[in-house]
Write a protein that binds this ligand. Sequence first.
Ligand SMILES: [Zn+2]
Length: 388
Amino acid sequence: MESDGLPGGVGIRPSPAVPTYGPSVEADIRLARLGRLAACPACPAGPTDHPGPRGPGSEVQLTMAFPADRPRRLRESAVMRDLMRETRVEPEDLVYPIFVVPGSGVKRPIASLAGQFHLSPDNAAALAKDFRAKGGRALILFGLPERKDETGSSGADPDGPVQAAIREIKSAAPDLLVATDVCLCEYTSHGHCGVLSPEGRVLNDPTLELLALQALSHARAGADLVAPSDMMDGRVQAIRQALDGSGFERVPVMSYSVKYASAFYGPFREAAQSAPRSGDRKGYQMDPANIREAFREAELDLEEGADIIMVKPAGPYLDVLREIRLMTKRPLAAYQVSGEFAMLNAAGSVGLIDYRAAALESLVGIKRAGADLILTYLAPEFLRWRAE
Ligand SMILES: [Zn+2]
């Protein structure tokens, strides 16, 4: 801490008759307080006998030492701020979720998710090619099948929309990373992420084999990475075993390890047509109030061989993301979910927030909290804004 003595150097002038301000306004204010400047830059009325904007009668008379450490120095100019920036979001941080449907020539807007579409494999490939050309690096595919049944069997159909889209995307944009979501809810008639008992309970262990079959079918179609989102216990190990047993040791598993039963998934359920017909997912997804449980889930998935672990949603769970970041050295992903995207969009569309600035800030926040990868519907807009 400095005392009230003046340090040598910049800003000290002996009692000038006419005040000239700068280079350091703070130094001039200090001189004024000490009576060495006739006018103080903080006193709009002009010369006063200081201290304080309101003169000697002010009810606030500061006797504190002026700050020696001034963080504002590093924020003064845009170039300084650019150089000091700690967190940067890059195109390779982002994974873009897309929704594929059967058929060809299909490109249907998804009402709940502005700017997102249901795409047949050919159009998914066209989007992928364009996304890659604009600097995009990774997609994650969700599928809407032709038919649904009790066990979600169409999820493992080698000619299902996801499997077909993987093949078409890999041929249209070979160096784009294609990840796939692995879950039953888009493929089951009841909309749950696992098979049901006669009483309607989601059965864990019989679901594992079905998930493993689906993951294997994605790997066979050429997926670069599979991402189970079902929250069944033991599914990472089951999928790892199935992949390894069929020669896909090189295909990593990104596990939705810490997935909360969140109200922010609303718009996605319309997009993926995966809302449960009855009940909810609280019996397998995590309670939003819990964080100790997040460690347990993450630890189990790491032990079972998950290469990347994920926290979902992202924005309302940045504390969880941070804790898991500190817990593991493996790569960490965060899913900025449909509700987060939709809220930004809705607020932006009625002028309540600056959409672009808020969207970018949301991504920086997620990365700053510890995410290496962000699954986000903002990916194409991010690339466009970056190019402008
Ligand atoms: Zn699911």
